[in-house]
Design a protein around this ligand. Structure first.
Ligand code: ZN
Ligand code: ZN
Length: 411
């Protein structure tokens, strides 16, 4: 990828993504393969006035070696120094960039029990950190950069170097850095998403009814004070940021106990280096009472069994089938991209900001309002070209929201 485009991308992440402020610390979680891009982010952050840029290097191959060869007892441990690392930076108000670029099938030979134990130990230790990010108290942004292992999975027919280049162009297009002025392109995109948000927030739907030919037939109740969000968000000091780049979704939360029916997945889900594919969930009064998968069923079951909250949904997101990433017809095996090509839900924790004043409410108050809590939050894709969604208002009036996979209203 041309250097000029990489610089534009790094500037976009620093300025529009986390919107770094003078004197603020930036923490970047980066795979070692992405070092050249991460260094550009550091340069851009210092130029924007960052006080310090701290890089948290990750090596997925070393993680795999540890998963396969370390003694069994260590997988419930989370080192104190790592906990201290995250908590000290999140408490001082740092911003967080995370580069998502894992090999989709890295951990397919690893015992799923070990993966889940590590996930649980880490999510438990870092609960305060996750809570602060999911309530927008710290600004954060997830982006992607190709790695050879990931690119080879997406473009299986191409030699490695070409696959990496092809993935770079797809990413550049999805995050609009192939345009003359990416910041302006994002402003236009945010305005577009805002129109959809306004329609949905004015409609105040009581429930949504989903149906398609894959077999999805689901009613999702929405809490009374739910808010639809999308595009950009704001930290408590009123500073705008974009948590995911790309982002094509508008999203809210379901009422924890108000989801009934069957959901069928429409794309494979890469969960912690394992693929879960062709799966379905059956829900009764919000709770997942049955789940089946043709690929990765053991992983799916472990995910659902993480804690009580992982038996419920925490996000309802709408993405038209005719959206740029979806029309590229590329399966990315990376949720950051695939969720922005498809309507999706999340298993687990809901974003407190999706309910009025939610960021200022206690855990108990949020539970009362039907906001789900869990150690996990995992998006999975369900959108298809024939998806129909009917909104039902509090008065029982039916309003089409999706028809043939796309928004049924023209705003
Ligand atoms: Zn989402
Ligand atoms: Zn999500």
């Amino acid at each position: 990828m041309e250097n000029q485009i990489l610089e534009k991308y790094a500037r976009l992440v620093v300025q529009s993504g986390v919107n770094i402020q003078k004197g603020q610390t930036l923490v970047v979680a980066s795979p070692i393969e992405c070092a050249p891009f991460t260094r550009l982010i550091a340069e851009q952050a210092y130029q924007a006035g960052a006080r310090d840029v701290v890089i948290n290097w990750k090596d997925e191959i070393s993680s795999k070696i540890r998963f396969l060869q370390a003694p069994n007892e260590i997988f419930d441990e989370f080192p104190n120094w790592q906990k201290e690392f995250y908590l000290s930076y999140v408490r001082e108000g740092a911003a967080f960039v995370s580069i998502s670029a894992s090999d989709p099938e890295l951990l397919k030979d690893v015992d799923p029990g070990r993966i889940m134990r590590v996930q649980k130990a880490s999510n438990t230790a870092l609960e305060e950190y996750r809570e602060r990010l999911m309530s927008n108290r710290n600004r954060w942004c997830v982006v992607s950069v190709p790695t050879p292992a990931w690119a080879k999975k997406v473009f299986a027919g191409l030699p490695e170097a070409e696959a990496v280049e092809a993935l770079w162009s797809s990413i550049a297009k999805a995050v609009r850095v192939d345009t003359e002025d990416p910041v302006a392109a994002w402003e236009a995109h945010k305005a577009h998403l805002k129109n959809r948000l306004e329609f949905l927030n004015e409609a105040k739907f009581h429930s949504l009814h989903y149906r398609n030919s894959l077999g999805t037939d689901l009613t999702v109740a929405l809490p009374e004070d739910h808010l639809w969000l999308g595009g950009s968000e704001f930290s408590p000091d009123g500073i705008e940021f974009i948590a995911n780049m790309p982002t094509e979704e508008v999203f809210t939360l379901p009422r924890k106990n108000g989801v009934n029916g069957v959901i069928v997945s429409s794309k494979p889900l890469n969960y912690n280096g394992n693929l879960i594919d062709r799966f379905s969930l059956t829900l009764k009064e919000g709770r997942i009472i049955d789940c089946k998968a043709q690929v990765g069923e053991a992983i799916l079951k472990k995910l659902v069994e993480t804690d009580d909250g992982s038996h419920y949904l925490g996000e309802v997101a709408l993405v038209p089938h005719a959206s740029p990433i979806s029309e590229s017809n590329i399966l990315f095996y990376n949720t950051l991209f695939d969720e922005n090509a498809s309507c999706h839900f999340a298993i687990g924790k809901a974003y407190p900001v999706c309910i009025k004043e939610g960021e200022n409410k206690s855990k108990e108050e949020l539970t009362q309002l039907g906001v789900n809590d869990s150690l996990v939050h995992v998006d999975f894709m369900i959108g298809t070209a024939d998806l129909e969604i009917m909104g039902v208002t509090a008065e029982g009036k039916e309003v089409p929201v999706f028809k043939n996979g796309n928004f049924a209203f023209s705003r």
